[in-house]
Every structure is written in structure tokens, then in C-alpha cells.
Design a protein around this ligand. Structure first.
Ligand code: MG
Length: 170
């Protein structure tokens, strides 16, 4: 059984995961608007991942016999200055997500809530990948700059990305 305080924080995290998805969909829309369909696809897949994260918290709260609450989402950015600015914002966003998960883990530690610690361990491991993938993309975009050929090749590569939920997960 998890505490009321933890239930509230995890419900808030569902909202935040869905907001992350909302933000990435907005980034996908921007990339489509500048004709980078591969980058757009990258962010569409990212949105699917965020929904998967939200549902992982959803199922966990239900399993703990607590009530899930779905809240309205904040308005994401809709205006971006450049492709590089988008990727940089996505990387900074992932760093904020990591910080939120650390705060949740601190609470789980304080409450000696070992079940939630175990759940959060999965998310914290996942964040290492999330931050690395955004930073890796940012570095590549900076490397090729606004050279048409390089961006075209990156765009083609990102068009291949598909969402694959981890097999053993809900
Ligand atoms: Mg997430």
C-alpha cells in the first residue's frame, strides 16, 4: 500500500508524462512545418513513449488500490526559432524530468516505500537513455549546422524510428 501523499505525487507525475507527450507533439508539428518529416516522426514516437510512461504510473496506482486522477494539461510551447532550438529545449526538458523523478525517489526513500522505489528505478534508468538520445541528437544537429545535405541525411535516419514498448511491461 502506498501513502496518500505518494498517490498524489504519482497522479501529478501522470499529468507531467502526458504533458511531456504534448510538448513533443508540438515539437513534431514544428518539424513538420519546416518539412523535416523524419525529425517530426522522431517526436511523434517520443510522444508515444511518454504516453507509455503515463500508463505505467496509471497501472501502478490501480495495482496499489488507489484512485487515478487525470488532470488538464498545461499549454506547451508552439513557437520555436530553429531546429537546434527545438532539440535543445527537448534535452533541457528531459533534464527537468530526471529531477522530478529524483524528487519522487527521495519521497519513496523517506517513506521506506520499497515498491515505489522499484518502479522509479525503472524510470530513472530510462532517463539515462532519454537524456543521452536528446543530447546525442543535439550534438549531431550542431555538427552539421544548417548544411542541407547533413540535415537531410539525419532526417532520413530519424524517419526510421518506430515505437516498441518493452515486451514485459504494461
Ligand atoms: Mg517520460
Amino acid at each position: 500500500m502506498i501513502s496518500e501523499k505518494m498517490t498524489e505525487k504519482l497522479n501529478d507525475q501522470i499529468k507531467h508524462e502526458l504533458y511531456s507527450g504534448h510538448l513533443y507533439l508540438s515539437m513534431a508539428a514544428y518539424c513538420a512545418s519546416i518539412d523535416l518529416d523524419g525529425f517530426s516522426n522522431f517526436f511523434v514516437v517520443q510522444e508515444q513513449e511518454e504516453r507509455f510512461h503515463a500508463m505505467k504510473f496509471f497501472h501502478y496506482i490501480v495495482e496499489q488500490d488507489k484512485d487515478v486522477k487525470i488532470f488538464g494539461l498545461d499549454q506547451p510551447e508552439t513557437e520555436f526559432d530553429s531546429l537546434e532550438a527545438v532539440i535543445d529545449a527537448a534535452w533541457k526538458h528531459e533534464q527537468k524530468v530526471t529531477k522530478r523523478l529524483y524528487d519522487l525517489m527521495n519521497l519513496a526513500n523517506e517513506e521506506k516505500d520499497f515498491a515505489t522505489q522499484s518502479l522509479l528505478k525503472w524510470f530513472i534508468d530510462e532517463q539515462v537513455e532519454e537524456e543521452a538520445s536528446m543530447l546525442g541528437l543535439l550534438k549531431k544537429v550542431k555538427l552539421v549546422g544548417d548544411k542541407g545535405q547533413g540535415i537531410f541525411m539525419l532526417d532520413k535516419e530519424l524517419a526510421e524510428r518506430t515505437f516498441a514498448p518493452p515486451a514485459a511491461e504494461k
